[in-house]
Design a protein around this ligand. Sequence first.
Ligand SMILES: Nc1ncnc2c1ncn2[C@@H]1O[C@H](COP(=O)(O)OP(=O)(O)OP(=O)(O)O)[C@@H](O)[C@H]1O
Ligand SMILES: [Mg+2]
Length: 280
Amino acid sequence: MTTTTETYRPPPLPSLFATTTPPPTLLTQGAEAHLYKTVFLDASTPAALKIRPSKPYRHPILDRRLTRQRVLHEARCLVKLIREGVNVPAVLAMDWEGQNGESGQGGSWILMEWIDGAPVRVALERWEAWLAKNKGLAEQNTPQYQEGTTRVRDLLRRVGQTVGALHKAGVIHGDLTTSNLMLRPWKADAEVALEAGECPSVDGDIVLIDFGLAGQSASDEDRAVDLYVLERAFGSTHPRTEPLFPEVLQGYRESYKGAAGALKKLEEVRMRGRKRSMLG
Ligand SMILES: Nc1ncnc2c1ncn2[C@@H]1O[C@H](COP(=O)(O)OP(=O)(O)OP(=O)(O)O)[C@@H](O)[C@H]1O
Ligand SMILES: [Mg+2]
């Protein structure tokens, strides 16, 4: 039995990945999923392995059914979105039964295309750190500062366009934060080596990840809630960039015909949110 004082050890890897060279490296372990970087078919093709471990405290039949549903659901969303041309990682393989070795433990998993780069959250944190360090440049509105701001604005537009493409395909993300938006750089790291004082690059394609809570919907209300969740995430995670959030909505507005309806609903959703926070 595990006790709380014991250091946490992730469950054994699914047998397919237990002997690969190099071995998978654990990147993140959320409450629900473990994310590994591994390889696919040959050692030079990276892939992302998302495992939903089984939960020993749940009844085994219920547990299998739940993890299986979520993994299947996530994979189906990804496959549909790839087909529709939305920027998401391709699905390479999966196992929804999630039996692993003799213990019968393990979990269901999806193997996905590896997305280079970092979450948008990291790119914006770098930008905000640069801003904090170079207050003078901002106050004097130097060309360097203007250039940086223009690039961040463009980034936010692309975020809006990508969310628009998702909604156009009839899918709601359900957990839109800047951690679930990847920024895949247009240029390799080596090429964007910073000159002294230059602001960090935010150039790259937006790729949506993490469809564990996604769903199909054609309602403006659901789409507006997606946007609202993202807006709130900006407010709490990127206070210095929040004033530029309207750029996200502008990118969204331009991305598909039905966008206006969702943006209209967003005003209502905000009002409700405000009322709720006033009531405490
Ligand atoms: N395809 C991918 N390529 C590269 N990195 C990825 C990929 N998928 C996920 N990651 C990295 O792993 C992190 C966690 O992944 P993800 O958001 O899917 O899991 P999670 O938030 O733990 O899951 P959930 O919210 O569904 O329980 C991401 O923020 C990202 O940094
Ligand atoms: Mg996530």
